[in-house]
Design a protein around this ligand. Structure first.
Ligand SMILES: *Cc1c(COP(=O)(O)O)cnc(C)c1O
Length: 362
């Protein structure tokens, strides 16, 4: 095997046994004797695949019965529009601005209503999660919107904000399935699948049933009600992405043994990397310690040329996609569920070596 360690922020690495199983089933899926890609989404065989995928997600995340699971398309970004279209009543919502992805959600919301940014960490390059209190929440807002893990800046909520009884809407694209989650605390959770669930093309929405309302004015494809009433099969769903997501969930359930175990592994990986960063003379992590993400770890040397050299040499060692997001520079290692402990150790070993070989005198 000559596979690299892929630290991409998304689409990102998947569990290797999942890829292997998909490869084994590529030409003939069980009794269907055809590829999943070739199946009618209305066939018995495919019905079993999508039902199994939903059942596994419900078990893993302990999703209460009064929540619907929707398998949609359009990426997480379409949800920036679909959420207000379906949930808005007063055409006002409160936002906590923690980076690019909340900024985009805010700017899409502004096309439809009044977005109140009640807190922001933009003045500090989004290096922390702002605290809020109940006084900051607007009484006439339809919901409170957050991004739980900030993929680009490497921050995350370690506890949910107060909501003053408002519906909490959360973007979990880069942290879903990384640890247990109390779904009952949210009105709506959404995630693009390509970080922790499977391939691109699938977006998962978990929504409390009372928030699903008939909206006759909405285009059918943008209506949660129509998608829910049709079991995500109003039109052809992203069949192959759902199948791979099902394999990822099967692996999480049957090999990892659930999200508590996944959390332990993720914390172990993050600790190895942050421990090294905190003791390094060359590398540092710019995020407030309490708000550090365990999925996306950002770091810098403080010297742009050295950053570039690091990324180039790491790539030659099979440690790829370590360049930080174009808006922040530096480096970022995305260590999603699919990244092994060995991969993180290999990265840290390389960082040690790089630090020794590029010893800055101080
Ligand atoms: C990647 C990402 C998105 C955008 O996802 P798309 O599926 O490309 O639209 C949104 N939010 C977060 C937190 C992300 O990490």
């Amino acid at each position: 095997m000559s596979r690299v360690y892929n630290f991409s922020a998304g689409p990102s690495c998947l569990f290797e046994p999942v890829l292997q199983k998909a490869a084994n089933q590529m030409l003939e899926y069980e009794d269907a004797k055809m590829s999943v890609m070739e199946m009618s989404h209305r066939s018995k065989a495919y019905e079993a695949i999508i039902n199994d995928c939903e059942a596994r997600l419900r078990r893993l995340m302990n999703i209460p019965n009064n929540y619907k699971v929707l398998f949609l398309q359009g990426g997480a970004s379409l949800q920036f529009t679909m959420i207000p279209l379906n949930l808005m009543k007063n055409k006002k919502a409160d936002f906590i601005n923690t980076g690019q992805w909340t900024k985009k959600a805010i700017s899409e919301f502004k096309k439809l209503g009044e977005a109140n940014v009640i807190a922001s960490s933009e003045e500090a390059t989004f290096s922390y999660i702002p605290e809020i209190n109940e006084d900051m929440i607007n009484d006439d807002s339809d919901y409170l919107y957050i991004c739980e893990n900030n993929t680009i800046y490497g921050t995350r909520y370690t506890k949910l904000p107060c909501t003053k009884g408002k519906t909490l809407v959360a973007d979990l694209s880069s942290c879903i399935l990384s640890e247990p989650c109390d779904v009952s605390k949210y009105g709506l959770i959404f995630a693009g699948a390509q970080k922790n669930m499977g391939p691109a093309g699938l977006t998962v929405v978990i929504i409390r049933e009372d928030l699903i309302e008939e909206r006759k004015d909405l285009p059918s494809m943008l209506s949660y009600k129509i998608m829910a009433d049709n079991g995500s099969m109003y039109n052809t769903p992203p069949t192959y992405s759902i199948y791979i997501c099902g394999l990822v969930l099967e692996y999480l359930e049957e090999t990892i043994g659930g999200l508590e175990n996944m959390k332990k592994i993720n914390e172990e990986k993050a600790e190895i990397l942050y421990n090294f960063l905190d003791n390094s003379k060359m590398f540092s992590n710019p995020v407030k310690k309490e708000d550090r993400s365990i999925m996306n770890v950002t770091f810098v040397t403080g010297n742009d040329d050295l950053d570039k050299k690091f990324v180039n040499e790491a790539t030659k060692q099979g440690l790829v996609n370590l360049k930080g997001h174009r808006s922040v520079g530096g480096m970022r290692a995305s260590i999603y569920n699919g990244m092994s402990v060995e991969g993180v150790k290999a990265l840290v070993n390389f960082m040690k070596e790089f630090e020794e070989n590029n010893n800055v005198q101080n």
